[in-house]
Design a protein around this ligand. Structure first.
Ligand code: JDK
Length: 246
């Protein structure tokens, strides 16, 4: 497979959507080798306890280190090659962007640790870091109840970049945030009918003048980016003039 992905969670059913559509097909065709594991497999008490009260006080509960240590030890035994990257979703992680998705898509093996409660005992990541690259990732500045939704987001963004997953690889380079698109947002898209409820498709798109269409689309991308995401509008660097922006 191009990518092996192990997901550890106390809610394995939450990852069921990964069996659908594009990602499901990638798993079926063997491009992706996906395994979802229930963390409670690595508990040994009658109540299969995975959480406990936080040292230092504070609200909520913290996930105990022992089950995580055993789970990661079982999935990544010492000496495993290639060494996987451990992706730990957290509000306190580095920002997940298209560039990070491209980075992760180049990895042969990803292990996702889905936390719940107020998070995972910090020693789990510290201990794992002695054996693998630990990547704490935030999918945005808002607080979820756990890491599972973040794993769905990360895996969707990563798997669609793998060769053979998306029918038309061209579509991967013309979209928003793609480096080839200068990281601009893509403009509006249209299909038949040419007029719908009185709304016309911009005539240039029906003109067949591909130069004009390309310029129009660029202008639309710049306009939309300036309106919706001014932070993404490239600032012309001295000496580089407008190249690539015309
Ligand atoms: N991008 C993004 C990812 C996540 C995410 C990912 C993984 C887990 C695991 C648990 N939660 C819930 C949660 C809630 C509140 C806090 C705040 N923190 C608690 C300790 C004391 C200081 C404050 C932390 C964790 C998660 C949340 N949310 N958003």
């Amino acid at each position: 497979p191009a990518l092996r992905a192990d997901v550890v969670t106390i809610f394995p059913d939450y990852l069921a959507p990964l069996r659908l559509s594009l990602i499901g097909r990638a798993a079926q065709t063997g491009i992706l080798d996906l395994a979802v594991h229930d963390l409670r497999e690595w508990t040994h008490d009658r109540h299969r306890t995975v959480d406990d009260t936080p040292y230092g006080g504070g609200a909520g509960m913290v996930m105990r280190p022992e089950p995580w240590g055993e789970a990661l030890g079982a999935l990544v035994p010492p000496g495993t090659t290639p060494v996987p990257r451990l992706v730990v979703p957290t509000p306190a992680g580095r920002r997940f962007t298209q560039a990070v998705a491209v980075e992760l898509a180049a990895e042969p093996h990803l292990v996702f640790a889905c936390g719940r409660y107020e998070g995972i005992d910090a020693r789990v990541a510290a201990d794992a870091a002695t054996r693998m690259r630990v990547d704490e990732i935030s999918i945005g500045d808002y607080v979820l109840n756990g890491g599972e939704a973040a794993v769905l987001v990360v895996l969707e963004a990563v798997v669609r970049l793998l060769p053979g997953v998306v029918g038309n690889p061209e579509s991967l380079t013309e979209e928003s945030h793609a480096a080839e698109h200068d990281g601009l947002l893509e403009g509006p898209v249209y299909t038949k009918p040419p007029v719908w409820r009185g709304h016309e498709v911009p005539p240039v798109l029906l003109s067949g003048d591909h130069g004009a269409i390309g310029r129009w689309r660029r202008e639309q991308a710049l306009e939309r980016t300036a309106r919706v995401r001014p932070d993404l509008v490239p600032v012309p660097v001295a000496g580089r003039g407008l190249d690539g922006l015309t």
